[in-house]
Design a protein around this ligand. Structure first.
Ligand code: HPA
Length: 273
């Protein structure tokens, strides 16, 4: 089973190398409604996920389903414009597969982005948040199964998952550039149903500042392999029960349009620092 996972990872990485993806330094995983950032990459090669071995071809709302590789800010970057969610794949192995492939390609830094619901009542919808830690309420973990020793340890430490020094630099530079950036804890739930108001009160009580249906699998895989991680969340809406109105996926995608400029500036900083 794990042998075949290892083989699949290598096959996908070989395909990407053979199609021009050479020595990428940074991967940017683009969240819901945030895929347009990929258009900033110059001299880009675009590879549809449908062409990459073992990449899931399902496409969630607000995601393109393409890998874009090129140069940006003097660095060789990959944009994953479209991610696989646990709620689509029904398997952590499939959800985290692109991150496994990024590790195999020897990418040094993961910039993970997402849209999430705002749980912290001192923050508000429309803000950007740099993630300091996470709580995994998905009920699963992408490292379950035989450990792939070539990438990391069986029991990886998670204390320093989100690089503190990089986070401090990011917060400082965001302030210099006048961008509103807060800091907090991301809570992952499986979805696809949004949370109930009671679940949101529970998440607030256990220390979550925002809630979403992604990113934790990618962060665990990147941390397992000792990669630098910067994670940025767009607080697209107040979480369930905060406002007296229902939530919708369309609202999340729509809200993301308003933040594109600040989001791009923050990701640019995350590449540069
Ligand atoms: N809950 C879960 N995931 C989300 C939300 C939310 O309120 N907003 C955007 N992604």
């Amino acid at each position: 089973m794990s042998d075949s996972l290892s083989k699949k990872i290598k096959e996908a990485a070989t395909y990407l190398r053979e199609n021009g993806v050479k020595d990428p330094e940074i991967v940017i995983i683009l969240g819901t409604g945030l895929n347009n950032y990929a258009d900033r990459i110059k001299g880009a090669i675009t590879i549809p996920y449908t062409d990459i071995p073992y990449f899931n071809t399902g496409k969630a709302e607000g995601h393109r389903g393409e890998l874009i590789y090129g140069e940006h800010q003097g660095k060789k970057v990959i944009c994953l414009a479209g991610r696989f969610h646990y709620y689509e794949c029904n398997s952590m192995e499939k959800t985290a597969f692109p991150s496994r492939v990024m590790v195999e390609l020897n990418v040094g830094r993961f910039i993970i982005t997402n849209a999430s619901g705002c749980v912290n009542m001192t923050y508000k919808a429309g803000q950007l948040m740099v993630i300091s830690d996470h709580i995994n309420l998905s009920g699963n973990n992408p490292l379950i199964g035989e450990n792939l020793d070539e990438y990391g340890l069986r029991f990886p430490d998670m204390t320093y998952t989100y690089d503190r020094e990089l986070r401090e630099k990011l917060l400082k530079e965001a302030a210099n550039q006048g961008i509103d950036l807060v800091e907090g804890v991301y809570t992952m739930v499986s979805g696809p149903s949004f949370e109930t108001p009671a679940e949101i009160r529970y998440i607030r009580n256990i220390g979550g500042d925002c809630v979403g249906m992604s990113s934790v699998p990618e962060a665990i895989i990147a941390n397992h392999a000792g990669k630098e991680i910067i994670e940025i969340s767009f607080l697209s809406n107040m979480a369930a029960g905060v406002l007296d109105k229902p939530l919708s996926g369309a609202e999340v995608t729509e809200a993301a349009k308003g933040i594109e400029k600040d989001f791009a500036q923050i990701v640019d900083i995350a590449i540069e620092i």
